[in-house]
Design a protein around this ligand. Structure first.
Ligand code: GLN
Length: 194
């Protein structure tokens, strides 16, 4: 099993370190030929969504990745990754436009650009949550499950094969969110093998 981590820009190395802790193989996606190998899951890290959107198209990664996500490839987007998956962006242009969420970018304003808290993720105990110039989800479609709410704002959600967090679980010690994603990856792999 191998998880591809989009490594054009942003916090990709931190996700790789978490996957190492979980004993999950991974590879970096920097150019089109990186997509020639089998991929059981995809992580889109935090960073700057406008830059990643531009690079995805320039490097001709966009169509292949979008098709794979639409065909059920498990994908985990953190922060900028969440923005790239959203169908609607308040005042912005969608990228992959695959997940039924409406997102507000840089939603916490200048003062609260970055902050730390802890709260529940799905049915979990409270987990650490680091927010960095984070978006939040303003609204979700019927088919989207809300997994975390902080200060009345949705900050984690899942729709079928797509998992997103506005916070950065790769920057904290807690493995809950990545473990959840790896379960999605395992289920997808078993389904395809069967
Ligand atoms: N504000 C960034 C954006 O709009 C996201 C920040 C992050 O990924 N930490 O792309």
């Amino acid at each position: 099993m191998a998880v591809g981590i989009l490594a054009l820009q942003g916090a990709f190395a931190e996700h790789a370190a978490v996957l190492d802790k979980l004993g999950v193989s991974h590879f970096e996606i920097r150019q089109k030929r990186d997509l020639d190998q089998p991929m059981n899951g995809l992580i889109i890290p935090g960073g700057e969504s406008t830059v990643m959107n531009k690079l995805l198209r320039e490097l001709d990664l966009y169509d292949t990745l979008r098709e794979q996500i639409q065909n059920g490839l498990p994908v985990f987007g953190t922060c900028a990754g969440l923005i790239l998956l959203a169908k609607q962006i308040d005042g912005g242009i969608p990228c992959f436009s695959v997940m039924d969420i409406r997102v507000k970018r840089n939603a916490y304003g200048r003062q609260l650009g970055s902050f730390f808290t802890d709260d529940r993720f799905g049915g979990s105990e409270r987990i650490p949550m680091t927010f960095i110039r984070a978006p939040y989800i303003e609204s979700v479609g019927n088919n989207v499950e809300v997994l975390s709410i902080v200060d009345s704002n949705i900050v984690a959600a899942q729709q079928d094969n797509m998992l997103v967090t506005a916070f950065h679980p790769e920057l904290d010690m807690d493995l809950t969110v990545h473990q959840h994603f790896i379960r999605m990856v395992e289920q997808f792999r078993l389904k395809n093998a069967g």
